[in-house]
Design a protein around this ligand. Sequence first.
Ligand SMILES: C[S@@+](CC[C@H](N)C(=O)[O-])C[C@H]1O[C@@H](n2cnc3c(N)ncnc32)[C@H](O)[C@@H]1O
Length: 342
Amino acid sequence: MSTAANLKNVPPPTDPSRIIALSTAYWGSQVLLTANRLRVFDALANGPQSATALAEQLGLDGRMTALFMNACVGLGLCEKVDGRYLNARVSDVFLRAGSPASMQNSMSFMDDLYATWGDLEHALRSGQPAKAAVTYLGNDEEQTRHFVYSMHDRAMAIGQALPQVVDLTGRQRMLDVGGGPGTFSALLTRRYEGLRSDVLELDGVASVAEEILDDLGVGDRVAMIRGDYHTSDFGSGYDVVLMSGMFHRETAEACKRLIDQARDCLEPGGMLIVNDVFTDEGGTTPEFSALFGITMMLTAADGCVHADANVDAWMNAAGFVDTLRRPFPPPMPHRVVTGIRS
Ligand SMILES: C[S@@+](CC[C@H](N)C(=O)[O-])C[C@H]1O[C@@H](n2cnc3c(N)ncnc32)[C@H](O)[C@@H]1O
């Protein structure tokens, strides 16, 4: 057969753009995380600067800083006017210290995980997380602070939106299991007059959380209980249990046990709220959720991502009624599953 005839049978090449973009995606991540670490967006907060002036202020090499800042502009993080650099609006709002919507702490925790992602192959071969959870849940003070403040940044955004998907009007006693910084408890007890919350947390995280709760001035509404949710007695008499962002650290069996514990500490009519990043059935979509499962697999012994449909089924099996699944408004990737103790 002639070459021309052979070519006729070759399927047309598909567009490799997606592969090229994925193979270089870490370039952009590293520019963002390094700029955050160097506090570039704070340095530009008071007005535009040349690369030379910025390099001098931050103790960097001038030639490289110019290339770096051009890349920040290319990524939409900064703008360049008359040869000087300034924060793009999005960086001024989300990446500058002191901005109410600042995600600086969250970026620092993502930065801590950059090297961890580099160990993906090793984790897949060994079956062990690349980073032991104890590192950022108490053992390493700096990483624990990055983690807890990162949870706080995230919860400040998601917590404000929670009342759009769950109504707690009239509820009085909440148990916030694995409550991290306690931010959800702080926001919800402020929003719902009469609601008080107990935050059950590990010792190392609770110490940082107390500092955050003090800053938020909610000491009279939110109490910390130091303990392990696998072994602690949940008590009784609650009319809300919040389990936010903790199912992704646990196996299906452990989640079912936690749902049972929640049921047993709730009064009849009490509400269980499970908030997390979830996948659709099958585990492959949305893309963010499937990748989030990898982050959790790399950072917690039983780290994973669950499907919200499974959580719904586990709640029904535990005797909860009127279960509902709702997404948070975009761009938040979270979904919430609620049920009522019959
Ligand atoms: C992703 S954070 C979520 C924090 C908070 N609920 C939120 O949504 O902002 C998960 C939390 O579970 C806590 N945690 C993990 N294992 C725990 C355990 N065995 N007992 C108590 N808390 C635990 C961690 O310390 C961490 O603060």
